[in-house]
Design a protein around this ligand. Structure first.
Ligand code: 5AD
Ligand code: SF4
Length: 445
């Protein structure tokens, strides 16, 4: 497909939607474009190239892409009157690339999540008049082609694993991100060292099924995520390690034990359960039950009693009855989550659940989501209130709204604000003195 010639873009903006892995991918795309001599557009300035790094997990996320494309075409006129070049990346690009190209002539580049190392070349082609789509899935090639990491904020993401083989019946991820792959141990240790040298004090290891990561350590032994965490913990300037998202079935004995042994492994675990009823879990193809999930949490709490738990929930999965939904509320009360994400079921084209009988009406889903979120908010606030009186370390991430105020995270991933003379990236000790639903205030000790 040909388009008219446009000057090669000099400035860019990457807009990432959806999960933390998209945030990571967005940072890497920015680094790639930077390595080609392009610069990030300043705030408020129109960029020559806009990369929409999209999410396909729920219908609303997908609709947003098309409305954004329309808006950019209309509003984002630059000084010379031309519209910016648009590139669509991420999971919508993977799933609907051809359709986007056909529907949106203003989009010049479509690049899937496993091919974005090709972005600069595709942008150059587009400037020369050639629109292109790249949605092959050989994930290994991408990481090798990315530039080395340089600068980092205090808290960095590091993708260690991609893709998913679990095929939950509602989920598009196995189709958009492909099969599970683990990045090699040595590459990850190297990338982590560069991030730490660039300023990172906390690294969050990312993967759709991060706890399914495995690799060979420097002695050739096969290790799981706990082995990787142990290797990273040996970096003196790295103070905190986190990981997300985990599947209950991949919570190995070694990883559970690591929570009791590794001080740098933070007491926080995002372990989605999705629903609290076994019939629904089976229909979702979750391959765990409420009981096996609760027993797993008991084992983790036995080694790390203060662990903060987080989860994902879907309400209104096809066929979910009122009493089955109430089982989810019961599970929420039994666990006492420190925080959680909850969603209305969204039928995704091509997934088994999309064509299941007994789709739940939107009004019922709305009402269930409200009740679930009320319960989750109550537990989050209770968890925060129970933290008052504790003394803990806070990693300073940015300035607060008030003069002299700083913001950072507690070990349990709570936002903490406090007054002090602090530096970004430093670790301070605070006493938690007050708790709201979404944050706590601390006093320097
Ligand atoms: N509808 C609603 N929520 C979904 N999720 C994944 N697929 C769907 C869907 N089709 C949620 C799950 C998952 C999180 C990332 O998004 O809770 O854990
Ligand atoms: Fe989707 Fe299930 Fe895989 Fe999570 S485990 S990415 S919900 S298929």
């Amino acid at each position: 497909m040909a388009t008219s010639l446009t000057p090669a873009p000099k400035t860019f903006r990457v807009k990432s939607f959806g999960c933390q892995m998209n945030v990571y991918d967005g940072e890497r795309m920015a680094e790639l474009l930077g390595a080609e001599g392009m610069t990030a557009a300043a705030d408020g300035e129109d960029a020559d190239l806009i990369v929409l790094n999209t999410c396909h997990i729920r219908e609303r996320a997908t609709e947003k892409v098309y409305s954004d494309i329309g808006r950019i075409g209309k509003d984002s006129r630059r000084a010379d009157g031309s519209a910016p070049m648009i590139a669509v990346a991420g999971c919508v690009a993977q799933a609907e690339g051809e359709e986007i190209m056909a529907r949106a002539p203003s989009v010049k580049v479509v690049v899937g999540p496993q091919s974005y190392h090709r972005l600069p070349a595709m942008v150059a082609d587009a400037a020369a008049g050639k629109r292109s789509t790249e949605t092959d899935m050989p994930a290994e090639a991408k990481f090798a082609a990315l530039p080395k990491r340089r600068k980092s904020g205090p808290s960095a993401f590091l993708t260690v694993q991609e893709g998913c083989d679990k095929f939950c019946t509602y989920c598009v991820v196995p189709y958009t991100r492909g099969a599970e792959i683990s990045r090699p141990f040595a590459d990850l240790v190297e990338e982590a060292k560069l991030l730490v040298a660039g300023g990172a004090r906390e690294i969050t290891l990312l993967g759709q099924n991060v706890n399914a990561w495995s690799g060979e350590d420097e002695k050739g032994r096969v290790v799981g995520l706990d082995g990787l965490a142990r290797a990273l913990a040996a970096e003196p300037d790295l103070k905190r390690i986190r990981y997300t998202t985990s599947h209950p079935n991949d919570m190995t004995d070694g990883l559970i034990a690591a929570h009791g042994e590794l001080d740098k492994l933070m007491p926080f675990l995002h372990l989605p359960v999705q629903a609290g009823n076994d019939r629904v879990l089976k229909a979702m193809n979750r391959s765990h039950t409420t009981d096996s999930y609760l027993r797993l949490l008991e084992r983790i709490r036995a080694v790390r009693p203060d662990i903060a738990l987080s989860g994902d929930f879907i309400v209104g999965f096809p066929g979910e009855t009122e009493s089955e939904f109430q089982d989810t509320l019961r599970l929420v009360d039994a666990v006492g989550y420190a925080q959680a994400f909850s969603f209305k079921y969204s039928p995704r084209p091509g997934t088994p659940a999309a064509t299941m009988a007994d789709q739940v009406p939107a009004s019922v889903m709305d009402e269930r989501l409200q009740r679930l979120q009320a319960a989750l908010n109550r537990h989050q606030h209770a968890f925060n209130k129970a933290s008052v009186g504790k003394t803990c370390d806070v990693l300073v991430e940015r300035k607060g709204k008030l003069p002299g105020q700083w913001l950072g995270k507690s070990p349990w991933l709570q936002s903490v604000h406090f007054m002090a003379d602090a530096d970004i990236g430093s670790m301070v000790t605070v006493e938690l003195v007050d708790a709201g639903p979404n944050s706590l205030s601390g006093r320097l000790v």
